[in-house]
Design a protein around this ligand. Sequence first.
Ligand SMILES: NC(=O)c1ccc[n+]([C@@H]2O[C@H](COP(=O)([O-])OP(=O)(O)OC[C@H]3O[C@@H](n4cnc5c(N)ncnc54)[C@H](OP(=O)(O)O)[C@@H]3O)[C@@H](O)[C@H]2O)c1
Length: 285
Amino acid sequence: MTNVPNITLNNGVEIPQFGFGVYKMQDKDEFMNVMKMVFEAGYRHIDTAAYYGNEEWLGQAIKESGIAREDFFITSKLWNADHGYEETKVAFEKTMKRLDLDYLDLYLIHWPSDHYVETWKAMEEFYKQGRIKAIGVSNFQIHHLEDLMSQTEVIPVINQIETHPYFQQDELREFMSKNNIAHEAWGPLGQGKSNLLTEPILVKIAENHNKSVGQIILRWHVQRGTIVFPKSVHKSRLEQNIDVFDFELTDQEMKDIKGLETGKRLSGDPDDVEFLKESAKKKID
Ligand SMILES: NC(=O)c1ccc[n+]([C@@H]2O[C@H](COP(=O)([O-])OP(=O)(O)OC[C@H]3O[C@@H](n4cnc5c(N)ncnc54)[C@H](OP(=O)(O)O)[C@@H]3O)[C@@H](O)[C@H]2O)c1
């Protein structure tokens, strides 16, 4: 079982740097089966969201694991249709009921849709009550972070953003680092949407270390101090993904990967107002 290092967030809470994401896991039997393998492989940090439709199964998998609650780090997210002060209070209670947990380790605003300031104020209250150990955001650009921080009290601990070697987010990372906001990468392997896993430069580096390309990409994230939680429903992949703490990429290899930046996202753009409006039409029960 791999020993995963912790990262200390700006409020003193510790988060395992390596976790498992459960986006697009929508078959219950497969979910329960995969989670057994995930816990066995040593993952304790799980990233879900109201939007993923599997919070209830995750709560059940945690209970059935027999592992103590305090050994887990559980993240969920408030969906775009639920923004606003009162709406957030209702959405959070629903998430907690589905997960059937006493507290949540991390609650994130999923996307910067309208009314995120009011949303944040409700999240601050749950945080102060101890029902959420840390609060953060996802898909926030610099201007969203500046706007939020100028109107609210608690600084987000984390910004969870699309990040992989083709879209490295250096400018936003620098802003986050200056403001002590940790970087979580979603789609760390490019979500299987591009040629990232067959990229010749990465294939060469993988050969140098006798590792897979997936492991090289995940090691690159870890070495940049980023928190990652790749998803896989396959035992061999989920075991190999977390096994990236026994080797190091050289400065030259890190530079070669830096050169892969394309400036292009593979998924949704947080500044695309129409996309945010459209997504907010999907209500979560
Ligand atoms: N905040 C947000 O807006 C947002 C958006 C997207 C995702 N997320 C979070 O980030 C997590 C990770 O992102 P993601 O699931 O979208 O994408 P990802 O982890 O980059 O990629 C997952 C894809 O890669 C495949 N894969 C996994 N390990 C592999 C390996 N070693 N070799 C080859 N292929 C491999 C998986 O296939 P198999 O399952 O078939 O192995 C799956 O198709 C999500 O699960 C979710 O928790 C957040």
